[in-house]
Design a protein around this ligand. Sequence first.
Ligand SMILES: [Zn+2]
Length: 108
Amino acid sequence: MEFPIYKSNQLMREQMEGEFYNSEFADLISELIDRDELESSIEIGIAKKVRDEGTEGLSEKQSYHLQKIFDRYNDIRCSVCDDLIPLSEVLFLEGSMCSYHQHQWNKD
Ligand SMILES: [Zn+2]
């Protein structure tokens, strides 16, 4: 899956329209910066540009690095049901389960 293309100034309008995918991606990038989870100064530089401006207008090289960052988080699946873990949850996983199965697990 490729990272979404958007400008940061369109996120607010999208949220008002109930469209959250780009915002979730933007939140993931901000969270990675805050947590210092990026692997190089190149990645940090690109993540900060994306946080401030969005992903539209990145150079080919910047897109390549951003895709590498995204690939680490965009295909994580629940170990029980194999459902894709949404971007809004991947950084808050306790194990490798979706929120439903994590809840079931905690309950038992
Ligand atoms: Zn599950």
